[in-house]
Design a protein around this ligand. Structure first.
Ligand code: ARG
Length: 381
């Protein structure tokens, strides 16, 4: 789609040695100042930024630019169904932190800010990557994830998605309990200190035990999940400046846990166990035992988070909110890039109004990118 004022950015590999692109900086600044009249006129700011880029290869965002840039990156995240609340993102400017200890304590602070009370969307933005220089990052895919072990009898324990990363941290000296829900340590890498491991304190880890509104036996499955999904391996790019460490979180949509994390055959694979406890006929697919077990697991997840006072939403409500988001963006005359395969919920697809249409797929910036490198790092360093 050709939207006036929006350049389409083909996904190009990230060259960390490259200086900030002055055209991208200008496009970002013009848009951000136009969206926020209280920032004042953009022309004097453009002159400063051009001079900074010419002299140093990059420039420094003001706190307001950083905050609005992060919100725009959320607004542009084509895989996110939860974008209606993009303006409410709490942006924590952590650009001055340098040591692994400092970074760690600010990440603990992030989790507590996000997870105390009913969950609020937060991003912590650490130092940008300077052209050609090494930078700090976190190697974990999310701040809180459960270890995955290859069990002795071939039966996996924990989250198989984290099996590679778990082996890596074991290689760095970590010993997990070997249970189903062992929270992984944070692996923080800084140019001065290399890789350092940190165990998260209990106060930073809010979890919800999964119970079912009717099936008492559900408790015996011993399932739980963490309250805050905080993605920590995506690079935030704002106006040509790259922030390799900028962990962010929203709140969960129930089906992420109930229809994926606990249900996928290559994750916790709970459907056969739940179907057996429900006494379903699993001898044939056409009894739809998988679907019936899946619905009960999703009810259990929503019920448990609601009971625990942890913010969560169901996929019907979140679909309606995304429609509201598209309407409000249309009023602001902005396009809403979206990826159908991510936006449509993983259960009851056709019941969601989001199923029955197509979307524009555009790479608008500011944006979050999952670099190939970061993805590889999440499974093994
Ligand atoms: N799907 C991921 C998970 O289950 C989290 C992705 C972000 N989700 C969110 N609600 N902000 O952990």
């Amino acid at each position: 789609m050709n939207v006036p004022g929006y350049r389409d950015h083909p996904s190009e590999p990230w060259d960390r040695a490259a200086p900030a692109d002055p055209a991208e900086a200008e496009e970002f600044l013009r848009r951000s100042y136009a969206e926020n009249p209280r920032l004042g006129p953009v022309e004097p700011r453009l002159a400063i930024v051009r001079a900074q880029i010419a002299a140093t290869g990059t420039y420094v965002h003001t706190t307001d630019e950083l905050a609005h840039g992060a919100k725009m990156a959320w607004r542009n995240a084509s895989r996110c169904i939860g974008r209606l609340y993009w303006k409410s993102l709490l942006v924590l400017d952590r650009r001055r932190a340098r040591t692994a200890d400092e970074i760690f304590s600010l990440l603990v602070h992030h989790l507590r800010t996000a997870g105390d009370g009913p969950i609020r969307p937060v991003i912590s933005i650490f130092a940008p990557a300077h052209p050609g220089q090494p930078f700090a990052r976190v190697r974990n895919e999310q701040l809180i994830r459960y270890a995955g072990y290859r069990g002795e009898n071939g039966c996996p324990v924990g989250d198989p998605r984290q099996a590679g990363f778990t082996e890596t941290v074991q290689g760095l000296g970590w010993h997990g309990k070997g249970e189903q829900f062992d929270v992984l340590p944070l692996v923080i890498e800084t140019p001065e200190e290399g890789l350092r491991l940190y165990e998260l304190p209990e106060r930073a880890i809010r979890e919800v035990p999964i119970t079912h509104p009717e099936y008492g036996w559900f408790t015996e499955l011993g399932l739980r999940w963490h309250a805050v999904p905080a993605i920590s391996n995506m690079r935030l790019t704002i106006g040509g400046v790259h922030y390799p460490l900028a962990p962010f979180n929203g709140w969960y949509m129930g089906s992420e846990i109930g229809a994926r994390n606990l249900a996928d055959a290559d994750r916790y694979d709970m459907l056969p166990t739940i179907a057996a406890r429900m006494g379903l006929d699993t001898s044939r697919e056409s009894t739809l035992w998988r679907d019936r077990a899946l619905v009960e697991l999703n009810r259990a997840v929503l019920h448990s988070y609601e009971q625990a006072g942890v913010r969560i939403s169901d996929h019907h409500t979140e679909s309606q909110r995304f429609l509201a988001h598209m309407r409000s963006e249309a009023r602001a005359e902005r396009p809403v890039p979206a990826d159908w395969t991510w936006i449509v919920p993983p259960i009851s697809g056709g019941l969601s109004p989001l199923f029955h249409r197509y979307y524009e797929e555009m790479d608008l910036r500011p944006a979050f990118y999952l670099d190939d490198e970061a993805a590889a790092a999440a499974s093994g360093l």
